[in-house]
Design a protein. Structure first.
Length: 220
């Protein structure tokens, strides 16, 4: 029996997030995945966080500016959520309703980890605010690209933003937080080892999507 071909309809209206520690290589994998989806005939709405809208991009500038050292943790969390709320209503929900696949570069998983597990805010606070920002429309799958600290540091742009400058201890907690999310809620999260070669990581993404959403699949 020959190889079955992927049915693009399996991913229509799905919301998939790519997340992980800084330097995990997720941005490279997003680019490849979006290109692959479009090659399969899917309409893709690609968004990034914070940002993705005119208002969100203005919030992003405030969040990532290295001069904003006095920003409190609750303020930081709420600004991320404000950007997310705008993105959901303006871009994500309409795209899902049109039957497009939405692919996000970071999402609420990042806030749960950076401001929650690593930052110290109670996670249930973040979840409560998240229910408002997301309008209860959580992602169908969040793919976490796991990477050790040494590999991640080699991959980072030397011009670090405010979040990337938080230090090794903080980023160790970030990694642990992402892994904890996946362990605690395996139905929402999945982990891929992003220290592997780029092509192997991409194949892992395809296999994961097949497992979660597709009855038949071809990566060709």
């Amino acid at each position: 029996m020959g190889e079955q071909q992927f049915s693009a309809t399996s991913l229509q209206g799905k919301f998939i997030v790519f997340d992980g520690p800084d330097g995990s290589g997720k941005s490279t994998q997003i680019t490849r995945f979006v290109e692959w989806c479009r090659g399969q005939g899917l309409t893709v709405k690609e968004v990034r966080e914070p940002g993705g809208t005119s208002i969100g991009e203005q919030i992003r500038e405030v969040l990532l500016a290295t001069k904003n050292v006095e920003m409190t943790l609750p303020c930081e969390m709420l600004l991320y959520m404000a950007s997310r709320a705008q993105l959901m209503e303006q871009e994500v929900i309409p795209a899902i309703e049109r039957g497009e696949i939405v692919v996000a570069d970071r999402f609420i998983s990042a806030t749960l980890v950076y401001q929650g597990y690593a930052g110290g805010l109670p996670v249930h606070w973040i979840e409560q605010v998240g229910e408002v920002a997301l309008q209860e429309k959580w992602p169908d799958l969040t793919i976490i690209f796991d990477v050790d600290g040494e590999t991640a540091s080699r991959r980072l742009n030397p011009l670090l933003d405010r979040m990337e400058l938080k230090g090794q201890t903080f980023h160790k907690k970030v990694r642990e937080g992402f892994l904890a999310l996946a362990e605690n809620e395996p139905e929402k999260y999945a982990v891929i080892d992003s220290t592997a070669p780029i092509d192997a990581v991409e194949e892992g993404v395809h296999a994961l999507v097949q497992e979660r959403f597709c009855s038949s699949f071809s990566s060709k």
